[in-house]
Design a protein around this ligand. Structure first.
Ligand SMILES: Cc1cc2nc3c(=O)[nH]c(=O)nc-3n(C[C@H](O)[C@H](O)[C@H](O)COP(=O)(O)O)c2cc1C
Length: 117
């Protein structure tokens, strides 16, 4: 079993990071053979989606749709596709830039369509 944990907070070892660690502790207690990959999205270079729709025009038989952008999503998307379980930790900043912030804000827009098309 592969577990992919994505941390969207800028602050390492603080609230969100710790909650993700606790979730991983529980998951690996239940699945001791699990292979865990934890990624801090703020360490990744992820450009914003340009809404070019290249992913939508890709051959649906491809495991991962095309994207005109080439950055750390090139390595993250295969991990998302291969993961059996996903843990997603994001701070809530309703008074800030939106419902989800930090590294978390860019990744979903780039992940949802290319990984599921
Ligand atoms: C500018 C700002 C706005 C926030 N807005 C909300 C909010 O609307 N609702 C909420 O529950 N928490 C809000 N918070 C609190 C954060 O979600 C909370 O502190 C979070 O646990 C921080 O995660 P971290 O410790 O990983 O940085 C806000 C924090 C900041 C800095």
């Amino acid at each position: 079993m592969k577990i992919l944990a994505l941390v969207g907070s800028y602050r390492k070892h603080q609230t969100i990071d710790s909650l993700v660690d606790w979730a991983l502790e529980g998951a690996t207690r239940d699945h001791p053979d699990a292979v865990v990959d934890k990624i801090h999205l703020t360490d990744q270079h992820i450009e914003y989606c340009r809404n070019c729709m290249a992913c939508k025009k890709s051959d649906p038989a491809q495991p991962i749709a095309d994207c005109i952008l080439h950055d750390d999503m090139d390595t993250l998307l295969p991990k998302l596709v291969e993961a059996d379980a996903l843990i997603f930790g994001t701070p809530v900043w309703l008074l800030g830039t939106g419902l989800i912030v930090g590294g978390t804000a860019r990744e979903p827009r780039r992940a949802v369509t290319p990984a599921t098309a």
